[in-house]
Design a protein around this ligand. Sequence first.
Ligand code: HXC
Ligand code: NAP
Length: 302
Amino acid sequence: MNGKPFAQPMLKDGALKGKVIVVTGGGTGLGKGMSAYFSELGAKVAIASRKIEVLENAAAEIESKTGNEVLPVQCDVSNYADVEKMREAVVNKFGTVDVLVNNAAGNFISPTERLSNRAFDIIVNIVLKGGYNCTLSFGKYWIGKKQPGTILNIVTTYAWTGSAYVVPSAVSKAGMLALTRSLAVEWAKYGIRLNAIAPGPFPTKGAWERLLPGDLVEKFDFRKKVPLRRVGEHQELANLAAYLVSDFSAYINGEVVTIDGGEWLQGAGQFNMLEAIPQEMWDQIEQAVRNANKKNHKKEEK
Ligand code: HXC
Ligand code: NAP
């Protein structure tokens, strides 16, 4: 945490007390940040991914800070049997489960024509198959038990714009967004809500090593792409996630909330490139436009 107002914890103490929350990929990066904040707010948290040692270390670190129990569960989300076992382990430990955060992901940059079919599969299997495996397993559980549930899917802004050079991730995130919106309607009758968060750049080891390796990090400085001229703070994302999994957001369903400092719109607006014009040039430009208008008016009068 730091002194910036937007990087402070936002919800009141105990806001998630009594909730059991599963975060896939909760041992590292943004998943770890969300898990720590959910735990700080009183939730019982389970973190699930492939590397048990990483999970155990993260769980111990979070528990020591918050005093609330954190359960590490080894699970490859691309394997449905693993996901079922993970859900059972959480229910055995905590008695129930209320929230699923589909956060686990795999990604790397590559021209698509260089990818083998296996390379494409490996990303889709983590992000899209992993996402629907967990959603199906938890959804069936809640529906069978006649109890409500909440799902939060971590996507990206290129879920709707698409993006070159990360195509397996883009098609998978687009699928997760479609899953969010489809089931928000279909499963509302069971008291199951689904929402998504689309983060812009939030530096993490996992993402930066695979998306900005070597000196690409200086060459493609994300801060320059973001109208607010900064990257995200993990606590900002954790604040939004905590709100969306809490009962305070009970009427929000099927929504995707973008938290990117305006990054994707910067790339979309046709005249956004005019940002490059220095302030002192605007007098000259305005005069040129006004002169052209005057000329046109004179022609019309003749
Ligand atoms: C082309 C590649 C490649 C590369 C691997 N492959 N790297 N092809 N370019 N750079 C190919 C391999 O040759 C192989 O295909 C196939 O992919 C699988 O490779 P493996 O060696 O088995 O897998 P490995 O490279 O160990 O693992 C890939 C991975 C791994 C599963 C994606 O990086 C991982 O576990 N990542 C999890 C964490 C992560 O990715 N976090 C970032 C999320 S960031 P062949 O045919 O040769 O067998 C994110 C942010 C989005 O999503 C937005 C940010 C702003
Ligand atoms: P990260 O630290 O690399 O997190 C990815 C996590 O997914 C890891 O904990 C990894 O753990 C887990 N994982 C990978 N494959 C798995 C599998 N088969 N089964 C279970 N877990 C698996 O990256 P991050 O930046 O925090 O990303 C978190 C989420 O935010 C992702 O959904 C990502 O797409 C999204 N996002 C990030 C950014 C950003 O700027 N960082 C921007 C937009 C969206 P194991 O290796 O132990 O399995």
